[in-house]
Design a protein around this ligand. Sequence first.
Ligand SMILES: [Zn+2]
Length: 434
Amino acid sequence: MRRPVIRPTLRLAVLAALCLALTPVPHRDHAVAGTTLLTADRLFDGTSLRDGPVQVLIRDGKIAALSLPGAHGTPRIDAPGAEHIDLPGHTLLPGFIDAHTHLTYLWSDTTHAPNHLGDFLGSPIVVAFEAARNAERTLRAGFTSVRQLGASDDVDLALAQAIERGLTPGPRIVAAGAIYPPFPGRADIQWPPDGAAATREEIVAKTRAYLGKGYAWVKIYETSGTWDDTTGVPYYTRDELAGAVEASAPRGWVAAHCMGVEGARRAVAAGVRSIEHGSRLDRAVVRDMARKGIYLDPTLYHVQWYADHGAALEYGPGYRDRLAALQKEQFASVQLARAAGVKVACGSDAVYSMHGENAQEIVWLTNAGLTPVEALRAATSVNAELLGLEREIGHVAPGAVADLIAVPGDPTRDIAVVSRVAFVMKGGVVVRRP
Ligand SMILES: [Zn+2]
């Protein structure tokens, strides 16, 4: 087992970060949400594309008014005193939402098996600095909200608070406390011991403790399968999973990591809110998911990312074939789920150097058979509903939070433009300009 080592470059990084923290920061006027009038060529409102010149007026962090072309052309919004931002050739969209991130997994260290202990870099505080950098990358890529599905030392709760206070830029974070079985089966992967639970009683206690700390979700590892391990063997029984579901209701929800069909069957029977990965689903499971309104979050792109970086990640022999087979099974699951009417979410499972590449998941949803409009809905209105935030985010309409992004061209014609986000506004504050 590898011992945590603080590398000299990181000592320097910590010193630099501390110096930065001690330097007085000049007031940044762009951090104040004022009145802004955006003009663009078209709008994806979270559900469908609206063609023609559009205007969106933002006031006090919310969308105040919307102007769309009608029978007599586009009525112009008069907003004296507002800052005018013109985005010619661009499409406006609601800020993207990533339903599956791990912001605390490190940017630079892709050369070792994952060690989820907070002392990986000598201190969870250093992990927090790394996570803040990942959060900024995520926000600049157009993701104004994320669901965090696992971090140790409650770093994600702290980061969520720091972002909310305006201490560091990042998406709004909905965080999950992670529950792991005590027998993960991989000696080279160190799971955080504070997340382990062996029995229904322990799962219930852990769920209550997480909700008490402020987590809105619990993420439970129902099956094996992570890294280059694609096995998907179930761990917990239906009754044990139901312990987490019952203890979290009505304040919180459960997301279940499921790579095999038996684990998914148990999680669906227990009534979790979302199935993460969901490889190898069958017709009976997707039928029950559709009936119960359980979301599938297929996390397609990260499998390709793992395959592309397998050598640097020191994966075991045959990893390419294993991951290629898994990818096929995930595509098949998405197609079954889509045909059954299951709500398909969009979660990148961003880890390591994936932070900022989150939009690739939208592209990969179309590779798996979703239409561009369906993939855009997954990353906006469907994900907002999954998070229970559909009144605030995931759509562009008067009264909604002013989380808005712009991409060049029309993403319903060329989905690849989602990775070229040129403009980002979060809560009425401009984060990125063309
Ligand atoms: Zn994950």
